[in-house]
Design a protein around this ligand. Structure first.
Ligand SMILES: Nc1nc2c(ncn2[C@@H]2O[C@H](COP(=O)(O)OP(=O)(O)OP(=O)(O)O)[C@@H](O)[C@H]2O)c(=O)[nH]1
Ligand SMILES: [Mg+2]
Length: 273
């Protein structure tokens, strides 16, 4: 048991002073990476918890948990000594084509945090992860250009459903599709508990993870680069028809019957920013 270990020893056999020195070095590295301002864009399919994740980061109920938001919403506030901007984006549809107008709005999210987001937080609810989920993620995240992956962190929510299973075991168990996404993000992931609101070290840890990514990748995401890579969205589709037909269906194939609690509501017309 952890509690029964001699206090001066660590699992690796390091002595107390060595462990202290390691901790001090880690704290110094975190302090060196620290940024006064952080700009974050929250991405994901419909209804996994993007807005609630935004609220958890900001520490207030800034984003409405309405269903099927059509527009990006931007909020700014001070969090743990940093000026933090969070842009919440419309989720993509899991099993149907996303209308071009939604894709354009999604891409606009990055331009709302000029000069560019420090991180894209790709929100994935813990549960069954399919090949379709992977291809939909690839399709929509890549709208920001291939270089977006260098600036993306997977944020797992709904992690309480794992109970005693570790996140590492869950990732192994889900197989190649989820692992493909994690490899694209250089295995940067974070487990957020959206049931904890207010004072909790998880938000600081997430911000530090983003700061480390910015340090490792030597900067933030620059939207300008996407122009060189960008493929035009399919203009042969009729956005009005798509919106009408798509409705606001929640994701049907997320595991653990999470979609059971979700009903269909009409598309919201609220627009902020
Ligand atoms: N138990 C639990 N509930 C969560 C978690 N994250 C989100 N939820 C709930 O899931 C539902 C959807 O959350 P939202 O944050 O509105 O999801 P969204 O991705 O913004 O949804 P859209 O904007 O419609 O695409 C809400 O009822 C949240 O309270 C989580 O980690 N645990
Ligand atoms: Mg939302």
């Amino acid at each position: 048991m952890e509690a029964n270990r001699p206090p001066q020893k660590t699992a690796g056999g390091a002595t107390g002073p060595e462990e202290e020195a390691r901790k001090a070095a880690a704290a110094a590295a975190r302090a060196a990476n620290r940024l006064p301002e952080l700009r974050l864009v929250v991405l994901g399919w419909r209804w996994p918890g993007k807005s609630l994740t935004g609220n958890t980061i900001i520490g207030r109920e800034e984003f409405r948990l309405e269903r099927a938001a059509e527009f990006c919403v931007k909020r700014q506030t001070e969090v743990l000594g940093r000026q933090v901007t969070v842009v919440d984006t419309p989720g993509w549809f899991s099993a149907q084509d996303t209308p071009p107008s939604y894709k354009e709005e999604l891409v606009r999210g990055a331009s709302l945090c000029s000069p560019g987001p420090h991180a894209f937080l790709l929100v994935i609810p813990v549960g069954m992860f399919s090949e379709v989920d992977r291809t939909r993620i690839e399709e929509h995240v890549s709208l920001f250009g291939e270089h977006v992956w260098k600036h993306t962190v997977v944020v797992f929510c709904w992690a309480e459903v794992l109970r005693t299973i570790s996140i590492e075991r869950y990732i192994r168990r889900e197989g190649k599709d989820l692992q493909w996404v994690l490899e694209k993000c250089k295995r940067r992931y974070f487990v957020i508990n959206n049931n904890i609101f207010g004072e909790h070290p998880q938000v600081e840890r997430l911000l530090e993870k983003v700061e480390k990514m910015v340090a490792d990748e030597k900067g933030y995401y620059s939207p300008g680069e996407v122009e060189k890579e960008k493929k035009p969205v399919d203009e042969n589709q009729n956005p009005a028809r798509d919106v009408r037909e798509l409705g606001a269906r929640p994701k049907q194939n997320s595991g653990l019957n999470l979609s059971k609690a979700m009903e269909v509501e009409p598309l919201s017309s609220e627009s902020v920013n």
